[in-house]
Write a protein that binds this ligand. Sequence first.
Ligand code: CAA
Length: 431
Amino acid sequence: MCQNNKYKNLKWDIWNSIWRNDDYLQIKQGPIPFPVIDRRVSLRYYKKPDLMDFSLSEEHLMIRQAARDFAQNELLPGVIERDEAQKFPSAQIKKLGELGFMGMMVGPKYNGSGMDTLSYVIAMEELSKIDASASVVVSVNNSLVCWGLEAFGNEEQKNKYLTQLATGAVIGAFCLSEPEAGSDATSQKTTALDKGDHYVINGTKNWITNGNSASVYLVMAQTHKEKGHKGINALIVEKGMAGFEIGPKENKLGIRGSDTHSLIFNDVKVPKENRIGEDGFGFKFAMKTLAGGRIGIAAQALGIAAGAYELALKYSRERKAFGTEIKNHQAIAFKLADMHTQIEAARHLVYKAAWEKDQGLNYDLSGAMAKLYASQVAMDTTVEAVQIHGGNGYVKDYHVERLMRDAKITQIYEGTSEIQKIVISRSILND
Ligand code: CAA
């Protein structure tokens, strides 16, 4: 981190122009004496160093408490049974909507809570400690559907759909993945043929979160095959449109309370006014929206890790072996030390990515790093939490085996860990 006064004296508006206009090159060549610094990430540490502050505001602390209380009182009861029966948490999602958790970042004009991204990740962390099946519903609705519509939809679309989605009155789904287009998202096979005043969609989408519980679906489909990803459109599809079928529910390893389905489109007629953005904007829409979605999933991973750690810590204080509580054995204490350290590091990455988004900075890199790291921490921490619980960890009553199963998906959806490494490496190598 730079302590050089020369950089501290640079005016804030210059830094603002670097970050808001993404015009780093101009600054490099400008009149201010400035050493050549190759990586944009290095610059972050020069920005307002005196403002580094790790404390949360009163409002953020209240949101944390509200989400924590909700998770304890409303999500914990029945979480094991819902997981086992693959039961969607309908009643809980309805209440989350009433409390404003389904459209946290949406402006009040569209019935949202008007909060920042940091509030959203704090809530995601707390909900995910207890029930990742419920938190993924919250995440997809907030960051993929509501955020995407508010950022790129037109006024009519926002009034018609966002106002409903933001209150949780209806739930949304984000439909990009296909049987042959998962990580390779540009290879969309689903087509949306342009028929003048409407599109006709044909194809199949796979692994769609909220597949059956949703009423509003943001569907990416290819209109101009010859243009590759520049020919893809994002269309708003409503449940019940003729030719739109919900496929069978997936029987999953984890997040079993959430409903994941394939979707089948047979000549589904969608009016042109349901297209988001200009013709061919669909792939950019998906990428920009997913960049923020990844911060939400990183927060989910953080919450799963923290939930497993808290259970392991409690258990280590209660369970006795060899005449003492197991926390007094260094083998257990060291595991807890590693878990605590990794969770804190993950939290810093997640909160920083959220902060960057709130500042209007580019968060592609920080979001990808947060998701990559937090999902690995979720995996490692939950495995260790099961180990600390021993035989009890392997049975359902102690919750940690569920958290371990839930953790795995955070390394897969909204971009696998390998995709995050593509995003990160391209970002640092191209800077
Ligand atoms: N913001 C804006 N534009 C972006 C972008 C971003 N973050 N990332 C890429 N783009 C643009 C590029 O600039 C490029 O546009 P131009 O040609 O105009 O320059 C275009 O998108 C194509 O980009 P690439 O050439 O980099 O494309 P690629 O084929 O090499 O792949 C990828 C890029 C990052 C690997 C991308 O395909 C990707 O993210 N794949 C993973 C998809 C994914 O995350 N799927 C998750 C499914 S959704 C889900 O899981 C939801 C759920 O239900 C929980």
